[in-house]
Design a protein around this ligand. Structure first.
Ligand code: ADE
Length: 424
């Protein structure tokens, strides 16, 4: 490919582009579904004349999503959905090699993050792809006059869906929002296997600890928690699960894990992983009860799952022990190790979910955007599930790419499933 005209950007260093390009192409090898969608978009141009903003983790997988949207004719721009998740070489290549405006720098401060959200809204988007709903929430709070431009939004993650539903219930959501998170080809794979693998990857890269024999406390047994527990068990850890939902607690028990309240788990854990979407699930008294040298991290969307304000306020001193690992010395004489500043450890210290699962998540994103454009003006404000046929099509394309065939129902079986007359 020839270098594209260079758009506006705020990235760390454009000279990182060659390495970023290689990594984007490497990721693409594992993203056959998104590649096929990009090739179709390039012919059909579904987004001609559409201004689009994507607020996502600026990874090589997101790079491939941005390529697909641009190929479809979108005037697309990309900002980071988290200050620590940007891959700087990838951001540089998207600007230099693919002509996509990117505003994202790994380690950017909160002021820069919010300024980029404002810049994204200055782009006057018709479609917003959000991961956590920050752009949509800012639009509603601060840019009411732009609401009329919006065809719709798509949302990547559980936390964003919770916020969108709250916006709808408050009567402030005046456009359709597509719920990518709850597509089966998204959360069964991305939330479970993606979070499971990449969270352990982040912990290992940040600490290089052996997980075998460690007590790993997984806080929350949703799809992400299930993945973390499953993979930690696979590495030989003694996994403890904490939950507030009785059905999930029971599920964790029957999946073979010890289940107990955080008040008990706090004193026995060697490693803690929060994946709840809620605030302060590890609170002051839990930190006080921990063993000396306990390792604590978060893989939920926002960094408020851990009450780090308490740790920072109480600590007598702090030191960086490794990249992405900070040791806080507490007045009790014990220390606690916090990974990745409490931000998504899988993206802060590792590279996020592997491309093979993001292939399906971002195929959902691309097709959800197309669905919004095709149904422009027809959808009432609200939070919409991804249509079943899109989910099935993505799974079919993925199976096909993996060379896996499956069975189909016979006519006799279809008739049986539609009848009630045959019984004992
Ligand atoms: N969320 C989790 N992993 C991701 C990745 N690799 N790219 C974009 N968003 C992600």
């Amino acid at each position: 490919m020839t270098a594209a005209a260079q758009p506006k950007c705020e990235v760390k260093d454009l000279s990182l582009a060659p390495q970023g390009k290689e990594r984007i192409e490497w990721a693409e090898r594992e993203m056959p579904v998104l590649r096929q969608i990009r090739e179709r978009f390039a012919k059909e141009k579904p987004f001609e004349g559409i201004r689009l903003v994507a607020c996502c983790h600026v990874t090589t997988e997101t790079g491939n999503l941005a390529r697909a949207l641009k190929a479809g004719g979108a005037d697309a721009m990309l900002i980071a959905s988290n200050p620590l998740s940007t891959q700087d070489d990838n951001a540089a290549s998207l600007v230099v090699d693919y002509g996509i405006p990117v505003f994202a720098i790994k380690g950017e401060d909160n002021e820069t993050y919010h300024r980029h959200v404002q810049l994204a809204l200055d782009h006057k988007p018709n479609i917003i792809i959000d991961d956590g709903s920050d752009v949509t929430a800012t639009l509603i709070k601060e840019r009411q006059h732009q609401m009329g431009d919006i065809i719709g939004t798509t949302e990547e993650t559980t936390t964003g869906i919770v916020r969108l539903r709250a916006m709808f219930n408050d009567g402030v959501l005046s456009f359709p929002a597509m719920n990518v998170n709850d597509a089966e080809t998204k959360h069964f794979f991305d939330n479970r296997y993606g979070t499971g693998q990449s969270t352990l990857d982040g912990i290992i890269r940040a600490t290089n600890i052996l997980l075998a024999g460690k007590t790993v406390v997984v806080v929350g047994y949703g799809w992400c928690g299930k993945g973390c527990a499953l993979r930690a068990k696979g590495m030989g850890a003694d996994v403890v699960v904490t939950e507030v939902n009785a059905v999930r607690a029971l599920e964790a028990k029957m999946d073979g894990f010890r289940v107990m309240p955080m008040n008990q788990a706090a004193s026995i854990g060697d490693v803690f992983i929060t994946v709840t979407g809620n605030k302060h699930v590890i609170d002051a008294h839990h930190f006080d009860a921990m063993k000396d040298g306990a390792i604590v991290c978060n893989s939920g969307h926002f960094d408020l799952e851990l009450n780090l304000d308490y740790v920072k306020e109480k600590a007598t001193s702090k030191r960086v022990v490794r990249q992405f690992a900070e040791e806080y010395h507490m007045p009790s004489g014990k220390s606690v190790i916090v990974l990745g500043e409490g931000r998504l450890i899988n993206l802060a210290a590792a590279e996020g979910h592997p491309s093979a699962v993001m292939d399906m998540s971002f195929a959902n994103q691309a097709l959800a955007c197309e669905h919004l454009v095709k149904n422009k003006g027809k959808l009432q404000p609200g939070v919409y599930n991804i249509p079943e046929d899109i989910d099935q099509e993505i799974a079919r394309l993925k199976l096909n790419a993996l060379g896996i065939e499956m069975d189909t129902l016979t006519q006799d079986q279809i008739d049986y499933l539609n009848s009630w007359t045959v019984g004992t």
